[in-house]
Design a protein around this ligand. Structure first.
Ligand code: ATP
Ligand code: MG
Length: 247
């Protein structure tokens, strides 16, 4: 589904992503982990077209998409969420998802219908599946942080992605919210046959749902493989997992 080849990007001479290669098989759930500043968000931005790489390639569904702008990648089936939530805070929950449908599918043949009458059923169904139907009428900016991240997921899904890149989907959540969100993401991925690539700080989350893990450190891949392999890797234990995971 996705292949990254020797991707590099520096900022004022500082190599944030220093030659990263990885593959994400179709239908898999893969995680990218690494300490703060390891280059995870930069790598996501390079893959999704929010940043241009200095060198290297991004292949998506067998074609090269390096440097293609985000909206074109989105149209090809690549969706993402952001580490800091990216919603319209003054719109209601319903309007946020409805706007995403409108944006993605356009007005269709409904040239004269007011936009607020379009995609009502689709929006409702999607809000239901991300667990926000009861909050459809609430102003998004007043939602709890956890609900805002759920909403962001809804917005991303309205764009009908085949692969979804989630940058710290549980950032800032309580333990209970984190577990709920992860179950939700896992269910949505299964129901929609999505390929998932996510970054995450919570190791419990990573080891519970990822089928493959890539570990970044100072812009480079230091380990890549199945969770059990990665957990055993001496470099990973040294730079990342630390004492906590020694048992
Ligand atoms: N636009 C930018 N200009 C300058 N430096 C940047 C820029 N974006 C990222 N960096 C630097 O690149 C490095 C990697 O940052 P990045 O945000 O990709 O890390 P991360 O792994 O996502 O960290 P975190 O876990 O904190 O989210 C950091 O040292 C950061 O300061
Ligand atoms: Mg980040």
């Amino acid at each position: 589904m996705l292949e990254v080849r020797d991707l590099r990007r520096s900022f004022d001479g500082f190599m944030a992503v220093a030659g990263v290669s990885l593959t994400v098989p179709q239908g898999s759930i893969s995680a990218i982990i690494g300490p703060n500043g390891a280059g995870k968000t930069t790598l996501f931005n390079l893959i999704t077209g929010h940043l241009k790489p200095d060198s290297g390639q991004v292949m998506f569904k067998g074609r090269e998409v390096t440097g293609i702008p985000p909206h074109d990648l989105c149209r090809l089936g690549m969706g993402r969420s952001f580490q800091r939530t990216n919603i319209f805070p003054k719109l209601t929950v319903f309007q946020n998802v409805q706007a995403a449908f409108l944006c993605h599918r356009g007005r269709g043949w409904n040239l004269f219908a007011p936009v607020e009458r379009l995609y009502l059923e689709e929006t409702e169904a999607l809000l239901d599946s991300v667990g926000l139907l009861a909050k459809a009428g609430e102003v998004s900016g007043f939602l709890s942080h956890g609900n805002q991240k759920q909403l962001e997921l809804g917005i991303a899904l309205a764009l009908e992605p085949e692969i979804l890149l989630l940058d710290e989907p549980t950032a800032g959540m309580s333990g209970a919210e984190t577990r709920e969100t992860i179950q939700l993401i896992e269910r949505l991925a299964r129901e929609r046959s999505l390929t998932l690539l996510f970054t995450e700080h919570d190791m419990e989350v990573v080891f519970s749902i990822a089928q493959r893990i890539t570990v970044l450190h100072q812009g480079r891949v230091i380990a890549d493989g199945e969770p059990a392999e990665v957990r055993r890797h001496p470099d990973v234990r040294r730079v990342y997992l630390g004492e906590k995971h020694d048992r």
